[in-house]
Design a protein around this ligand. Structure first.
Ligand code: ZN
Length: 522
C-alpha cells in the first residue's frame, strides 16, 4: 500500500498518514457560506481536497473513504442578502448550493459523501453548547452563549498565537456580555427576519464555528482523520472548532491531521472587487475558459504555496491539455496508476511534480500512463472532454504536418481508407501520433518520442547482445542525427536539448519529403 505523507498544520511536520480505521478514512473540509457564486479563490480548496479524496480512494478503496463538506446556510451575510432582495433565506441558500455544486462539478470535483447543511443540525449544536456550559468551558449572558477562551488551556495552539497576541492583533468585538474580548459566540439571539430556533438561552441562532464541531461529531464521531480548509480559516475558525470539540469531547479527540491550502492571487494582486480582478468560477466558464483548464491551473501550484492566477497560465494549460488529449485520444489508461504519479501525490499532495512526470510521459509518447496518471488528478477524464474536439486545437507548429493531416482528411472523406492508413503508417515511422475521430484528425509531433523510442530499442538490443539488431539501430540513430546513442558504459544517455532539436529538424525534413510525394501524387 502506498504510504501517504501529509503536512500536519497542527504539529507543523510532515507525517506518515495512519488512518484511525483504514476501512473508514474520514475527512472533513469546511465548505462555503451560501449567499453568492463561488469565486476562483473558493475553488482552490475544493479542487485541492478533491485530489486528496481521489488519492485516499485510490489507496484505501473508494468504499473506505468518507468525505464531508458542509454548507453554512445560516449567516449574517445570507440574512443581509435576504433583506436586500426580499427573497426568503431558504430560497437564496438552495439556489446558491445548486450553483456551487454545478460550478464545482464542472471543475471535476467529486461530490462529497456527506454535505451537511448547518440548519439541519441545530439540535446537535444546542446539545454541544449545553455540554460546554455544563463543563464550564462556556457561559450564558444576555441571551448569548459564549466560549470562554481562558478556560481552554490550548487555545491558540493551531495558529501559534496566545490570547494576548490575538487581542492585540485582531479587531475583536468588545461587548458587555463577553468576559474576555476573545470569547466567541456559540449562540446569539435573533429578532425580526433573522432565522431562529428555540434554545435554553432563548430564541436565537448559532454562531458560525459550532456547526463544524457539531456536524463532524454527528457524522464521524468524536475523532476523525483529516480536517481541511483554506489558510484563512485557520484563525479564528479552526482554532475555535478545536477549542469547542476538544473541550467538549476530550483532549485527544477531533481531527488528527489539519491541512490548509494557501491563498490565491490574480496577476500578482490580492483579489478584490475594487481592483476588477474578482471573478466567479461561472464568469470564467462563461468567458469560454474550459473547465478542465481551470482545474489544471488551480492544481499547478502546490497547495501549500500562494497561487498566482494568470492569463499566461491559462493559455499554457490549454496548450498542454490539447496536446495530452490528442496524444491519448482513443487510448485506455493503464490499469494501475503509474507508481511515480502515486508517489508524488502521496508525498503531501505534490501535484506539480506529478505534472512534471505527466509531461515526461507525453514527451515519450507513453499515452496510457499519461492518461492513468492524469485521471487520478481528475484530468483527461471523459466527462471533462467537452471543450476539446480533435483537430480544432492547433497544437502543431509544423506547416508540413498540418498539410499532411489535411491531405489525409480528404482521403478519409473520400473513404480512401487504404490511402489514409498508408499516411498513418508513414507518420508512425516518425513516431508521430495520429488520433482520429469520426469527423476530424489531429497529430501530435514531439521529436523526443522518436528519440526515446530509438534509444530504448538500442538499449534493449545491447542488453540482449543482439549485435545485428544493435548495429542496425545504431545506423538508424545516425540517420536521425544521433551519433553516439549510448554512453561509454553502454547505459542510456541523457539527451541534450540540442539533440532533440536535431531530431526535430530531421523529422521536419522527412515531413517535407512526404508532402512533396503526396502533392506530386494528387
Ligand atoms: Zn468549519
Amino acid at each position: 500500500m502506498t504510504e501517504i505523507k501529509l503536512y500536519n498544520t497542527k504539529t507543523k511536520t510532515k507525517e506518515v498518514f495512519k488512518p484511525l480505521d483504514p476501512n473508514n478514512v474520514r475527512m472533513y473540509v469546511c465548505g462555503p457560506t451560501v449567499y453568492d457564486r463561488a469565486h476562483i479563490g473558493n475553488a482552490r480548496p475544493v479542487v485541492v481536497f478533491d485530489v486528496l479524496y481521489r488519492l485516499l480512494r485510490e489507496v484505501y478503496g473508494p468504499d473506505h473513504v468518507t468525505y464531508a463538506r458542509n454548507f453554512t446556510d445560516v449567516d449574517d451575510k445570507i440574512n443581509a442578502k435576504a433583506e436586500e432582495t426580499g427573497r426568503s433565506i431558504r430560497d437564496i441558500t438552495d439556489e446558491t448550493i445548486s450553483w456551487f455544486l454545478e460550478d464545482m462539478g464542472a471543475l471535476g470535483a467529486l461530490e462529497p459523501n456527506e454535505a451537511p447543511r448547518a440548519t439541519e443540525y441545530i439540535p446537535e449544536m444546542i446539545a454541544m453548547i449545553e455540554e460546554l456550559i455544563a463543563k464550564k468551558f462556556a457561559y450564558e449572558e444576555e441571551g448569548h452563549a459564549l466560549f470562554d477562551v481562558n478556560s481552554y488551556e490550548h487555545y491558540g495552539a493551531l495558529s501559534g498565537r496566545s490570547v494576548d497576541d490575538m487581542i492585540a492583533g485582531a479587531r475583536v468585538e468588545v461587548a458587555p456580555y463577553k468576559r474576555n474580548p476573545m470569547d466567541f459566540v456559540l449562540w446569539k439571539p435573533s429578532t425580526g427576519i433573522q432565522p431562529g430556533w428555540d434554545s435554553p438561552w432563548g430564541y436565537g441562532r448559532p454562531g458560525w464555528h459550532i456547526e463544524c464541531s457539531a456536524m463532524s461529531r454527528a457524522l464521524f464521531g468524536k475523532t476523525f482523520d483529516i480536517h481541511g480548509g483554506g489558510l484563512d480559516l485557520q484563525f479564528p475558525h479552526h482554532e475555535n472548532e478545536i477549542a469547542q470539540s476538544c473541550a467538549c469531547c476530550g483532549e485527544d479527540t477531533f481531527a488528527k491531521v489539519w491541512m490548509h491550502n494557501e491563498m490565491l492571487q490574480v496577476e500578482g494582486k490580492k483579489m478584490s472587487k475594487s481592483l476588477g480582478n474578482f471573478f466567479s468560477v461561472r464568469e470564467l466558464l462563461d468567458q469560454g475558459i474550459p473547465d478542465e483548464v481551470i482545474r489544471f491551473v488551480l492544481l499547478s501550484t502546490h497547495y501549500s504555496k500562494p497561487m498566482n492566477w494568470t492569463q499566461d497560465k491559462i493559455d499554457q494549460a490549454e496548450r498542454t491539455l490539447a496536446k495530452w488529449r490528442t496524444l491519448t485520444f482513443g487510448r485506455k489508461p493503464t490499469r494501475k496508476v503509474p507508481e511515480k504519479i502515486a508517489h508524488c501525490l502521496a508525498d503531501d499532495l505534490n501535484v506539480p511534480s506529478a505534472m512534471f512526470f505527466l509531461r515526461q510521459y507525453a514527451r515519450d509518447g507513453r499515452a496510457e500512463e499519461l492518461l492513468s496518471g492524469a485521471n487520478l488528478l481528475g484530468l483527461l477524464t471523459p466527462e471533462h472532454g467537452n471543450w476539446f474536439s480533435l483537430g480544432e486545437h492547433n497544437i502543431n507548429q509544423n506547416a508540413e504536418l498540418n498539410r499532411i493531416i489535411e491531405f489525409r482528411q480528404k482521403l478519409r472523406e473520400e473513404k480512401d481508407w487504404a490511402g489514409a492508413d498508408e499516411i498513418r503508417e508513414q507518420l508512425a515511422l516518425l513516431e508521430i501520433v495520429v488520433a482520429d475521430s469520426r469527423e476530424k484528425s489531429a497529430a501530435y509531433l514531439e521529436p523526443a518520442i522518436l528519440l526515446n523510442k530509438t534509444m530504448n530499442s538500442i538499449v534493449k538490443a545491447f542488453a540482449a547482445d543482439d549485435k545485428a539488431e544493435f548495429d542496425n539501430l545504431v545506423k538508424k540513430a545516425k540517420e536521425i542525427g544521433i551519433n553516439e546513442p549510448l554512453a561509454k558504459d553502454g547505459r542510456p544517455r541523457v539527451w541534450s536539448q540540442r539533440e532533440v532539436k536535431k531530431v526535430g529538424e530531421w523529422i521536419e525534413g522527412q515531413l517535407l519529403k512526404l508532402v512533396e510525394k503526396l502533392e506530386g501524387l494528387s
